[in-house]
Design a protein around this ligand. Sequence first.
Ligand code: ZN
Length: 63
Amino acid sequence: MLLQQLCSSLCPYCGEMIELLVDSSVPQQDYIEDCQVCCQPMRVLVSIDENDVPSVETFHEND
Ligand SMILES: [Zn+2]
């Protein structure tokens, strides 16, 4: 079973496409990660569905 999956999302600050490595063994995740493009801290929410498919949302850190 694949436990780490690469997901793409858009940075809430600069709007660039970024890639996030998601651990799909944890069904709900909420963490801060720096954007790979503009280095600003964004809040990442991950939910894993019953088929182990992650969906990723990114927010400004202070929203
Ligand atoms: Zn950015």
